[in-house]
Design a protein around this ligand. Structure first.
Ligand code: ZN
Length: 440
């Protein structure tokens, strides 16, 4: 039995709160790699009438309206409104998640099996990749310079855990994994005469719809085939891969889709970056120039001089949306006793005075004001003083752009596992909060 439960107050964008979580599940399942996530964002932007601009084009001739640029796993979208451009209201998120990536020469054989050499991307929980049915997703580039997305959406591989009979202490002493030795997926039997490299190239090329001889490079991830779903007693939980950070990417997208109206002079911006999980230092990452270049080009196209540009940036606010740690019911002592967000308790303001997050007293105050306006309850997260703090694109964007940033996110469990968990009711609240930011 499925019941939609809504005991909350507020002007929700989705009339039934579960509907936004179901939409999130569809978005996550359509996005098994950053390449696919960016494409899924683009598809929805185009459906909403956003116009595509090319970063390589010297003139955009931008008019008030909705536009975007897309490069690799990143997308920057905007709604430029009438009147003199005076400020930006930015939502930032990331499209990538920790996973296993194929090495350039991935295919080999061992003990009669076809194996894949993988590199761990980001801070994955390695154990969560064991004994799962895995597909392949990503992109190949051909000799004409074109990208071709590919997806092998069937159980083509698995990383097999060692039997307990051969590792008697694993349950009590802990699982120890060497990423070079123990995370290689098996993807078939090395029958006599099989050329593993040629077979893999053929599989990737066929999935991408290109000639194997034309493939020059690839960026291909493994992903868990289990579909995203609502779960729990009343379907109040979301069980899904890649919630960090596709949940915030989806929330930002839903907010952007709805943000048609807004004050003249405020440009609403959604920035979805690749490479957050590995530090963001890339051409498409938040520590690169992508966002500043797009904003500067919009400003220049709208006739802003240098002083007016700097004034606009100083008047702006970025909300860096990335998932947050909910208090774990089995490990309550892992959390700061007075800053424990709970699942279903609403979006989380993240604070770290050592600047692992971008939030500051002024931006926290601004975010609380937006939450009050949106009718959204904010929870507070601070890590324990004796446990290190993760980071986000927030501090990078603040320093690179010179723009005030507040960090927030949705509470979740199992962060960086191949399979994560959040509360369905928190999702529409985050969307409402981000939409308020983009429209006031
Ligand atoms: Zn994240």
């Amino acid at each position: 039995m499925t019941r939609d439960v809504d005991k909350r107050q507020g002007p929700w964008l989705f009339p039934i709160p579960m509907e936004s979580a179901r939409d999130l599940c569809r978005f996550v399942d359509a996005s098994p790699s950053p390449w696919h996530a960016a494409a899924a964002v683009v598809e929805r932007l185009l459906a909403k009438g956003f116009q595509r601009y090319d970063l390589r084009s010297p003139s955009w001739d931008v008019k008030p309206g909705a536009g975007f640029v897309h490069r690799n796993g990143s997308v920057i979208a905007w709604r430029l409104r009438e009147g003199a451009l005076r400020r930006f209201a930015v939502v930032g998120a990331h499209t990538d998640s920790p996973n296993l990536r194929l090495k350039p020469r991935a295919a080999y054989t061992s003990e009669g099996c076809l194996q894949l050499g993988v590199e761990v991307y980001g801070g994955a929980l390695w154990n969560s990749w064991l004994d799962r049915d895995l597909g392949l997703a990503g992109v190949v580039f051909t000799d004409d310079g074109e990208a071709h997305r590919l997806r092998v959406h069937r159980p083509v591989a698995r990383v097999s855990q060692l039997a307990i009979h051969l590792d008697r202490g694993v349950n009590t002493d802990g699982l120890k994994l060497n990423p070079q030795l123990h995370l290689a997926p098996t993807w078939g039997l090395a029958r006599g005469g099989v050329d593993a490299a040629e077979t893999l190239l053929g599989l990737l090329a066929r999935s991408a719809g290109v000639d194997p001889g034309a493939v020059r490079s690839h960026d291909v991830s493994l992903y868990d085939l289990t579909a995203s779903t609502l779960g729990g007693l009343d379907d109040e939980l979301v069980f899904a891969p890649r919630l960090d950070n596709l949940a915030c990417t989806h929330a930002g997208l839903a907010a952007m889709e709805s943000a048609e109206q807004g004050p003249d002079g405020t440009c609403a911006v959604l920035a979805c970056f690749d490479h957050e999980e590995v530090g963001s230092v890339s051409v498409d990452g938040a520590d690169g120039t992508l966002l500043s270049v797009v904003l500067e080009r919009l400003a220049e196209e709208r006739g802003l001089g240098r002083s007016a540009w700097h004034a606009a940036v100083a008047s702006s606010l970025m909300l860096s949306a990335d998932m947050a740690h909910a208090a774990h019911p089995n490990y309550p002592d892992k959390h700061e006793p007075r800053h424990k967000p709970v699942l279903g308790g609403g979006p989380v303001l993240k604070t770290n005075y050592n600047l692992r997050y971008g939030s500051s007293a002024p931006t926290a105050a601004a975010l609380r004001g937006l939450a009050a306006r949106a009718g959204v309850t904010l929870q507070d997260f601070v890590t324990r003083s004796d446990i290190g703090c993760g980071s986000t694109i927030g501090p990078l964007c603040a320093s690179r752009l010179g723009m005030p940033v507040a960090d927030l996110g949705t509470p979740m469990l199992s962060m960086h596992s191949a399979r994560e968990c959040a509360a369905a009711a928190d999702h529409p609240q985050l969307i409402s909060l981000l939409a308020t930011h983009l429209t006031v």
